[in-house]
Each structure stands twice: as structure tokens, then as C-alpha cells.
Design a protein around this ligand. Structure first.
Ligand SMILES: Cc1cc2nc3c(=O)[nH]c(=O)nc-3n(C[C@H](O)[C@H](O)[C@H](O)COP(=O)(O)O)c2cc1C
Length: 356
């Protein structure tokens, strides 16, 4: 019998993933007030583990109480109450045989100051996206140019949140360096116009990411995972290529390769798309620039697409398909015809409607 790669185990450091399919991080905006998600949102994650996913990500968890939050009702993980709310969820995910990963983010210029307790917006440079905030219908605020003092404070938020995740029992911690949020804003010359040590060449633009990774690593026990997510697209001005060329992308991947990370997660709109007119996909380009295990996401919706995605990656993550279908993993295994999902269908994630 030929081996079924999709449903074969994968060793990630000292953890064994039971198959190659996982739940991508998905913000649910269900945590007003105490920054703890609604119970049905937590149960949704557990159900995905019970139904066969090998990796279950949390939504992007906000790293500080000053400037990190970009959407209403986002979760945090720095208080004992928040840790106590997540710990049983992590236990249930692990008991169901999946690996639990906490993703953490700072929104940077994608800010909605009214939802931040301190009302600030911070970014590498004082540049706003061209598009309005789709949730407010108004322009994004002009961010303060992040100072050395702010940088230390923001990095501290990443460290504290990682500690919260470790206390809650998570197997892995992911630093969200994708989608045009703060770390991604530093990485891209599109949003980083600094002329100090944090801007200029790709290596200098990488400095902030490196400082975050190196500050967080000691807070994550060696047997647990530290991952980094990266993309060439951002949620605002989606037509913009955040990196200039395949060479620049691979240079940044090479810089990440030298950091104390356990895996890289590459986020695309569509994993099949050609990247930078290189004749290669984003995953293939990435694979050639690092030895780190790779997770790939974007447009994986059925068995054929998941199998194809694994040509140049180790784990296939699903966002919309698994959001909208609790039985997705088993239906992929069965080779059922499963449609690609549209972004509008996924908006149900942000409503009060409990998802199965
Ligand atoms: C409702 C929703 C919320 C999302 N929130 C996050 C998030 O918090 N962090 C993140 O890195 N990506 C987030 N994403 C992007 C997904 O992780 C994924 O990269 C994207 O949906 C593409 O995969 P898909 O084609 O399988 O949906 C979100 C996507 C959706 C649909």
C-alpha cells in the first residue's frame, strides 16, 4: 500500500503530529471586557482537535494593553484569569491528540485606538494604509513613530504573553510576523522608512523581529515550540507586495533560519500562486532558503489541494474551510468534494452565532 502522506505523522522537534492538517489562527473578536473568548469560541477549537486536526491554533492574541489591539473583542493572555480560562482548553485539545499553539500579535499601524486602553497607535514609520478601516469606515490613525522606549515595552508584551501561554500549557507559541501587522511593518520597506538600526537594508528591517524572537525564546521551555508566521501580503492594501523580490524574500527567510525557531508558517492567498514572477510558489521559494519545518496556508480546501500543498511544505493549515466545516479533516480523508470558501462566508466568525 502506498503511504498516505497527508495522514502520516510528522515529527516537529519532540512532538509527533498525527497527520499534516491543522487549524490556522483565526481572530473571532469574541472577548470584550476581560479579553477572554466566549465559551463557544473555545469549544470550537476543542471540537476541531476532537475531529482530527493535528495542530490547533488560537486566534491572534494581543500582546499588550497599550497599543497592540487592532480589533474589538480580541483576547489577551497575561493575567491569571486569562491563563485559567485557556488552561482547560489546552488540556482538552491535547487530550484529543492535537498540538495547541498560541499565536500572538501587535497590530502596529492597523490600529483602532479606541479599543486600546491607552489609545495609542505605533508603527516603524508614520504612514497609514491607503484604505479605510473596514470596520469603522474611517481612515486608520497616523501612528506614532515607535521609539526605543516603546520598542522595549512592546517586546516586553510579547514576552509576557508567551509566559502566559506557557503557564496555560500550550505546546507552541507563534510570533505573528505576517499580514501587515507590526512585525511585518518592520520587515517591509513599504512601511519601514527608518534610517536608524531598524530600517534600511533587509537585515536592518529584520532587527525588530530578531529582538522579539530572542527575547521570547528564553520564556519558552526548550521542549516547546517557537514558530514564526510570515507573508508577502497584508490585510490593508492587499495589492501591495510587502517584499520587493524573490531574492529579498529568501534573504529574510535565511535570516529567520538563523534564529532559535522550530518552524516557519507561510501565509498566502493561494498556495498555488506563482511568487514574484519566479516560476515558483511561495512555499517552494521558502523551502529553498531554510531547513526549518514549514507550514503552508492559503486556499487549501480539499484532499487534492492539501496533497499538492505538501509538495513544498510539511503541514497544511486551513482557515476558512475548517472554520465553516467541523468535519473537514475527516471529509478530506474520505476525498469528499469540498468547495473553496469565499472570504464573505467566513464573516460568520465575527458574529455572536456559535459555530459548530
Ligand atoms: C475569520 C478569520 C480570521 C483570521 N484571523 C487570523 C489571525 O488571527 N491570525 C492570522 O495569522 N491569520 C488570520 N487569518 C488568516 C488565516 O489564518 C489564513 O491564513 C487565511 O484564511 C487563508 O487560509 P484559507 O484560504 O484556508 O482560509 C484569519 C482568517 C479568517 C477567515
Amino acid at each position: 500500500m502506498s503511504t498516505d502522506l497527508l495522514f502520516s505523522p510528522f515529527t516537529l522537534k519532540n512532538l509527533t503530529l498525527r497527520n499534516r492538517l491543522g487549524v490556522a489562527p483565526m481572530t473571532r473578536m469574541s472577548s470584550p471586557g476581560d479579553s477572554i473568548p466566549r465559551q463557544d469560541v473555545l469549544d470550537f477549537l476543542v471540537r476541531r482537535a476532537e475531529n482530527g486536526a493535528a495542530v490547533v491554533y488560537t486566534e491572534a492574541i494581543v500582546t499588550d494593553y497599550e497599543s497592540a489591539q487592532g480589533y474589538p473583542g480580541q483576547a489577551r493572555l497575561t493575567t491569571q484569569r486569562q491563563i485559567d480560562a485557556w488552561a482547560p482548553v489546552v488540556d482538552r485539545i491535547r487530550a484529543a491528540g492535537a498540538v495547541a499553539v498560541m499565536q500572538m500579535f501587535h497590530c502596529g499601524r492597523m490600529a483602532w485606538p479606541e479599543v486600546n486602553p491607552a489609545g495609542r497607535a505605533l508603527a516603524p514609520s508614520a504612514l497609514t494604509p491607503q484604505q479605510n478601516n473596514p470596520l469603522t469606515g474611517r481612515p486608520y490613525p497616523v501612528p506614532d513613530v515607535i521609539s526605543r522606549f516603546d520598542i522595549d515595552h512592546v517586546i516586553h508584551g510579547f514576552v509576557e504573553t508567551a509566559k502566559g501561554a506557557v503557564a496555560a500549557g500550550f505546546d507552541g507559541i507563534e510570533i505573528h510576523g505576517a499580514h501587515g501587522y507590526l512585525i511585518s511593518q518592520f520587515l517591509s520597506a513599504h512601511t519601514n522608512r527608518r534610517d536608524d538600526g531598524y530600517g534600511g537594508s533587509a537585515a536592518k528591517r529584520f532587527r525588530f523581529a530578531r529582538e522579539v524572537i530572542r527575547a521570547v525564546r528564553p520564556a519558552v521551555p526548550v521542549e516547546r515550540l517557537l514558530l514564526f508566521r510570515i507573508s508577502n501580503w497584508g490585510v490593508a492594501d492587499p495589492q501591495v507586495s510587502l517584499f520587493a523580490s524573490a531574492a529579498e524574500w529568501q534573504e529574510v527567510i535565511g535570516l529567520l533560519d538563523r534564529e532559535p525557531l522550530d518552524a516557519l508558517s507561510v501565509s498566502t492567498y493561494d498556495f498555488r500562486e506563482e511568487a514574484f514572477a519566479s516560476g515558483q510558489t511561495m512555499a517552494a521559494l521558502t523551502r529553498r532558503a531554510t531547513r526549518l519545518p514549514l507550514l503552508i496556508c492559503g486556499g487549501i480546501h480539499d484532499r487534492a489541494s492539501a496533497e499538492e500543498a505538501l509538495k513544498d511544505a510539511d503541514i497544511a493549515l486551513s482557515g476558512k474551510s475548517i472554520l465553516l466545516n467541523p468535519d473537514w479533516v475527516e471529509q478530506v480523508r474520505a476525498g469528499r468534494p469540498l468547495p473553496p470558501r469565499r472570504a464573505e462566508e467566513a464573516n460568520v466568525a465575527y458574529t455572536a452565532e456559535p459555530l459548530r
